[in-house]
Design a protein around this ligand. Structure first.
Ligand SMILES: Cc1c2[nH]c(c1CCC(=O)O)Cc1[nH]c(c(CCC(=O)O)c1C)Cc1[nH]c(c(CCC(=O)O)c1C)Cc1[nH]c(c(C)c1CCC(=O)O)C2
Length: 478
């Protein structure tokens, strides 16, 4: 019997457990146990439903283009729950000089497919428009000069489109996906598609145009997918497949030690037991946040621990709700939401982004009601995090009103505030090389797997893909 420990009950740990459980039910000789430090499962995925509102405390969906979350949802019988973002009215705004300016339609991050969509856009000056047109003409030069080394996202965008595109839309878009600083993020780790487009076409605009040709008239799928009753449904459906006696809540992993062919895992025990609990396993999967994983790994292999990303961005978010009566007294722009380029510290916490929840997805709120999710990141999140929910909600409201204009009071009973300290690891320049080295260290230690958002992707689909693949490798072939 192969004994496997899964440490961490977020989406990665639960998906690995699900995959192992499928094999166990088919008769594989597996005995798995999951340990979660907190008193609930799901990690940062957390839906609350109240008075007809579906409120997400963490991610609100996934990028549709990545198939792995949809596949899992289908397998779990959630096919009829899958819903798409309202892409017919999709718009993302960027706050420039105090005004929300729409990104032109049909852009892929900072890259337009059709240069004519930039005409008349108040977002760009003629200099930026010329830089875009020039990128298409510089295709062969860009291809010839493809760097051999990793570089920052900032230097990649600068080489293609220049300073204005970088600061006006490149930096804010990247902070809306990676919560980070374009000057330190690795382009190969966070924008691998663009890097391969550059290798093939030189010009990213040319690459998008070539793709559009091969796509022909096939419809483009919506940008985001979610579940009708929130992503918590996915967690519930996973947990429903798992025997409850295998899921150990309020048990944190304290240490792990080699003992012959097995690992000795020490976890905290229930208060009534009065001591720690020690158990042997043949394999341990760490699906813990990077800081926990680094701490567990350091005594085994300090060099391996040092290869795990150290920088991670924090998020604080507040969902503000207006029931229909209050919502009817103000209007907002059509679209999914907005991003705010981060100015140098002004002292006051600064908004990072806002999502117009009821416009982005169908059925998130009762008819006529409105929900806006407001994000703080970086130093602003760190400043706000220790403060009360009321203070955070008030700061979110005040900043939102500055951007959108006067707003009636939101419903305090429905406000949800969440803090996710150091939740989004930063893949800095050189990340992929460090991951190759980390894999070598882990292989040498043997019978260990690292899962979660510190290594090979940050969104739900990547975490699900990784966890399933890793768990499948552990299934004994009888
Ligand atoms: C601030 C922030 C957001 N989302 C995120 C942050 C970072 C800080 C943090 O939460 O820790 C995180 C995020 N955003 C996205 C992912 C998934 C990435 C992946 O699967 O590869 C992740 C991990 C998709 C996205 N998120 C966004 C894009 C770009 C969308 C576009 O091109 O218009 C993607 C792919 C943009 C975004 N992102 C956000 C807003 C308000 C917006 C604009 C409007 C909206 O859609 O709600 C919120």
């Amino acid at each position: 019997m192969k004994r496997i420990a899964i440490v961490g009950g977020g989406i990665a740990g639960l998906t690995a457990a699900y995959e192992l459980e499928l094999a166990r039910k088919r008769g594989a000789e597996i005995d798995w146990h999951l340990y979660e430090a907190g008193d609930r499962l799901g990690g940062i995925v957390e839906t609350t439903q109240s008075q007809g509102f579906v409120l997400e405390g963490g991610p609100d969906g996934w990028v549709s283009e990545k198939p792995w979350a949809r596949e899992l949802a289908l397998e779990l019988g959630l096919g009829s729950e899958l819903i798409s973002s309202n892409d017919a009215t999709r718009k993302t705004y960027i706050l420039i000089d105090g005004k929300l300016q729409p990104m032109p339609d049909g852009m892929r991050m900072m890259v337009p497919e059709d240069l004519s969509t930039l005409e008349g856009s108040p977002l760009f000056s003629d200099t930026a428009r010329k830089a875009y047109a020039a990128e298409l003409e510089r295709a062969s030069e860009l291809r010839a000069k493809t760097p051999e080394q990793d570089e920052s996202v900032a230097s990649f965008i600068l080489r293609h489109f220049g300073e204005e595109v970088l600061t006006k839309i490149g930096a804010p878009l990247l902070s809306g996906v990676f919560g980070g600083d374009v000057k330190t993020l690795s382009v190969r780790a966070v924008m691998p598609n663009f890097v391969s487009m550059e290798r093939e076409y030189g010009s990213l605009i040319a690459a998008l145009q070539a793709k559009a040709k091969t796509r022909g008239s096939r419809p483009v799928p919506s940008l985001f997918t979610t579940l009708r009753n929130g992503l918590g449904t996915l967690i519930d459906a996973l947990v429903a497949q798992l025997p409850p006696e295998r899921l150990n809540l309020s048990r944190s992993a304290l240490s792990i030690k080699r003992q012959g062919k097995r690992w000795l895992l020490r976890t905290s025990a229930f208060a009534t037991e009065g001591r720690t609990s020690k158990k042997h396993f043949h394999h341990v999967l760490f699906a813990t946040p990077i800081d926990a994983t680094r701490a567990l790994l350091a005594p085994l292999d300090a060099e391996a621990a040092a290869l795990i990303p150290t920088d991670a961005s924090s998020a604080v978010l507040a969902a503000l709700c207006w029931p229909a009566a209050a919502a009817s007294t103000f209007s907002i722009l059509q679209g999914f939401g907005f991003l705010v380029p981060q100015a140098h510290s002004t002292g006051e916490p600064q908004l990072l982004a806002g999502t117009f929840v009821d416009q982005k997805f169908p059925d998130r709120a009762p008819a006529g009601a409105r929900v806006i999710r407001v994000f703080f990141g970086g130093p602003s999140a760190d400043t706000l995090s220790p403060q009360s929910d009321e203070t955070i909600a008030a700061a979110a409201f005040a900043q939102l009103a500055k951007i959108l204009g006067p707003l009636p009071a939101s419903d305090a009973a429905l406000t949800t505030v969440r803090r996710w300290p150091r939740s989004l690891p930063q893949y800095e320049v050189g990340h992929l090389e460090r991951m190759v080295q980390l894999d070598q260290h882990i292989a040498k230690l043997g019978d260990l797997t690292l899962l979660g958002n510190g290594y090979r992707g940050v969104g739900l689909p990547d975490l699900i893909r990784d966890a399933r693949a890793a768990a499948r490798e552990l299934i004994p072939t009888a």
